[in-house]
Design a protein around this ligand. Structure first.
Ligand SMILES: Cc1cc2nc3c(=O)[nH]c(=O)nc-3n(C[C@H](O)[C@H](O)[C@H](O)COP(=O)(O)OP(=O)(O)OC[C@H]3O[C@@H](n4cnc5c(N)ncnc54)[C@H](O)[C@@H]3O)c2cc1C
Length: 307
């Protein structure tokens, strides 16, 4: 195995000697500064994408309640005035070192006690079993679901494919390959505990709902080990997948150049989340749109100069 250091951006590419063509080398995994000093682990121990399932969404007949409709029409206020799920987010720094450069985002979904159907759907999507879903959704109270997401994960996955165009690529998500990511989640749980204890939450009589995860039976509920066990089973990317065709100058460590052209192919460009060198410190959709806009500008510029 050889390690090549990229002078431009401090990246390292690791490849086996058997690869002689530089484009072949690109297939091998890369190490970014964030991942330095990490030993590459066997990706076959990781989970493949689960089968997707269609979950019926039940809508109660009396929802939204008429007083909420009245409130919205008269005051433009109440739950109907929101944008639905994800009305607000919190950025936190669990390291305590860089409050202006957070490493976790907490997304919130509010479910009024009259309608838990959306809650059941989302928890199902996050791999909660029915016993756990029932423990939350049967509560006779409003529920504020907090969904933490790592903004600077250290673990990273990979995709392998062959020259058989009929074969599906294999996607290795590799969550928690680096245990530091699990530690960050546990710190986030501790942050949430303190957050719930603030005056603002207390005013609304907010309490954390205890939802025992039977797969972690034997571990004391709410211990660090309990959370590590439970979180590993319920982790998700929040659909924020990125960086599989990185942008950069070096053909060994990137797939597209800064004009988003695939290295060596002038007329093939990639403009999506895959070109991000690293995932962004936020939800990624706005950046995807920006990449698309930038690519459109580049293409216009290209033809302007050419014609
Ligand atoms: C359920 C869900 C909720 C999300 N919520 C948020 C959120 O709240 N905030 C946020 O910031 N991000 C959110 N995301 C993530 C965000 O939507 C994605 O990261 C973003 O849309 C990715 O953009 P993209 O351009 O890389 O890919 P996509 O938006 O997936 O675009 C790929 C396009 O390529 C097309 N395509 C695929 N194959 C072919 C082919 N062979 N030929 C031609 N066209 C093809 C597809 O039809 C699609 O239009 C969410 C994602 C999901 C799935």
């Amino acid at each position: 195995t050889t390690v090549i250091k990229d002078e431009d951006n401090d990246d390292e590419t690791i490849y086996d000697e058997e690869y002689s063509d530089p484009y072949e080398k690109v297939k091998k995994y890369k190490r970014s500064p964030r991942h330095k000093n990490k030993k590459h682990k066997n990706h076959h121990s990781t989970t493949e994408l689960p089968e997707t399932k269609t979950v019926p969404v039940e809508q109660p007949k009396d929802f939204p309640p008429s007083d909420e409709i009245y409130k919205y029409i008269m005051e433009r206020a109440g739950p109907l005035a929101g944008i639905g799920t994800g009305d607000y987010v919190t950025f936190i720094d669990t390291t305590g070192k860089s409050p202006n450069n957070p490493n976790v985002i907490i997304m919130y979904c509010f479910y009024p006690k009259e309608d838990k159907s959306g809650l059941r759907t989302i928890l199902h999507a996050y791999n909660w079993n029915s016993q756990m879903i029932n423990a939350v959704s049967e509560k006779q109270s409003d529920i504020l679901l907090m969904i933490p997401m790592l903004l600077k994960p250290i673990s990273y996955g990979n995709i392998t494919f062959t020259n058989n165009v009929q074969a599906r690529p294999k996607i290795f998500l590799n969550y928690f390959d680096d245990s530091e990511d699990l530690n960050t989640y546990v710190k986030t749980v501790r942050f949430i505990e303190k957050f719930i204890d603030t005056k603002s939450f207390k005013k609304h009589n907010a309490k954390l709902v205890k939802v025992p995860d039977s797969t972690c039976d034997g571990l004391s509920y709410n211990s660090d080990d309990y959370w590590k066990c439970s979180l590993q089973r319920r982790a998700s990317s929040c659909y924020h997948l990125s960086s599989t065709a990185r942008m950069g100058d070096n053909i060994l460590t990137s797939v597209v150049n800064y004009k988003l052209q695939v290295h060596g192919l002038e007329n093939v460009r990639i403009a999506d989340a895959s070109v991000m060198p690293y995932t962004v410190n936020a939800n990624i959709h706005a950046t995807c749109v920006m990449i698309g806009e930038k690519c459109a500008d580049r293409i216009k510029q290209y033809w302007k100069e050419k014609v």
